[in-house]
Design a protein around this ligand. Structure first.
Ligand SMILES: [Mn+2]
Length: 409
């Protein structure tokens, strides 16, 4: 029997615009734009099903400091539904919805407790008139909080049985994201909180089990990098310890799949092989936006490259209308093609020099102008090293192909 139960979620990023996906067919794009709200609705449903005492929302509820009215109203409706079921909400704002940027303040019902500013404060959750849990946290007033906030969390004295800390921030060692409110794991575990409810990092991770230090991740994937199931943790605390269960909430998954087309002899076989890969989804029964990597015999891949758009479109038309729809939103050819050029790259001729040069330089400086462009940068995701290599390989292939086989006419 648990003493206290709650749901820990973070990074809802409600009303994310998904601008980079605006090229998708309207029906699919609409589902994508609704996805953060769908995930919110399921979050509320799960909280009610599990009859939890309260819900923790650890920052970045909104995607943007200019919180859309729609996002605020949907959130208020969600909170009102929770109130009808006697579920309290404790929320803090993060780097995406810092308080000084808020332009349309909607009033939330009185079951919602908001950490007002950057000082670490606490609320006491009462059950049947008795103080059961102290919940600590702070909200970002400005876009970035660079102080080490972990030091400010102190357990209050008294006979409150449970202490939960909410913190939107990241480990010093995590250099992949903007490091806000940085901490070392020991900064947290040296104190005797029963649970550290983290937010900010969108990848789900239980950093430590005892006591739990947990990133639930975001509730809905938003880019090709936020793959798989997304959701929240259902947590039960008792004097025997803690139990945690992950509950998926995503309305659709971003995923990556590889299709090997070596077995295809003719172009027309491609469609059925791709279709099989797309629908053979194992445990992923729900809707998916898919990134497809096509691998196979290099000579054939090259020969069929110009027909791939059409094949992908055919497959999409077959699978995009199902209830558990799929949609290939981007594809690339696996770059196992480099080997072809290894001999060439050693040659003392123009093509050899070109290939050696291509290997040695970064493409980043050539992209700077685009990435700093006021309008373009809103649509662009940062490029991973893997993607950079893929682009380079593609450029090399094109150059070699044109120089050695093509041209002339
Ligand atoms: Mn976030």
């Amino acid at each position: 029997m648990s003493d206290i139960s709650f749901i820990h979620a973070a990074d809802l990023h409600l009303d994310s615009p998904f601008k980079g996906l605006s090229h998708l067919p309207e029906a699919i794009f609409q589902k994508v734009k609704d996805s953060t709200f769908e995930a919110l609705d399921l979050l509320v449903k799960r909280a009610i099903d599990k009859q939890v005492d309260f819900l923790l929302l650890v920052g970045d509820l909104f995607d943007n400091e200019k919180q859309s009215l729609k996002a605020q109203v949907r959130l208020r409706n969600a909170f009102e539904e929770l109130k009808r079921h006697d579920i309290s909400v404790y929320l803090s704002y993060g780097n995406h919805d810092f308080t000084r940027g808020n332009s349309h303040p909607v009033t939330y019902p009185d079951n919602v407790f908001i950490f007002p500013d950057e000082r670490v404060t606490h609320f006491i959750y009462q059950k049947n008139g008795v103080g059961k849990t102290a919940i600590y946290g702070f909200s970002y007033e400005n876009r970035s909080v660079t102080e080490k906030k972990a030091d400010e969390y102190e357990i209050i004295s008294g006979d409150i049985p449970y202490h939960i800390a909410m913190l939107h921030g990241s480990l010093y060692s995590n250099t992949e994201h903007d490091v806000y409110a940085p901490f070392r794991l020991s900064d947290l575990t040296d104190k005797s909180f029963d649970y550290w409810a983290l937010g900010h990092i969108h990848q789900r991770e239980v950093i430590k089990k005892d006591p739990p230090v947990v990133y639930p991740g975001n509730i809905q994937g938003r880019t090709s990098k936020e793959v798989g199931k997304k959701g929240c943790y259902h947590v039960e605390l008792s004097h025997h310890g803690v139990s945690m269960t992950f509950l998926p909430l995503q309305s659709l998954e971003f995923n990556k799949r590889t299709v090997d087309i070596s077995e295809c002899d003719e172009l027309h076989q491609l469609e059925s092989v791709v279709l099989r890969t797309v629908t053979d989804n194992g445990v992923n029964a729900g809707p998916e936006l898919l990134q497809l990597i096509i691998s196979g015999v290099p000579s054939k891949l090259e020969e069929w490259e110009s027909s791939l758009d059409e094949v992908i479109q055919l497959v999409n038309e077959t699978v995009m209308h199902h209830r558990d729809w799929k949609y290939i939103y981007r594809y690339s050819i696996e770059q196992a093609l480099t080997e072809n050029y290894e001999g060439l790259a050693e040659g003392e001729h123009f093509v050899g020099e070109l290939l050696r040069h291509a290997d040695s330089v970064s493409i980043q400086p050539y992209l700077t102008e685009l990435y700093q462009h006021k309008r373009a940068k809103k649509y662009l995701e940062t490029i991973s090293l893997e993607e950079e290599n893929q682009m380079k390989q593609k450029a090399k292939r094109l150059l070699v192909h044109e120089l050695l086989n093509g041209g002339g006419e």
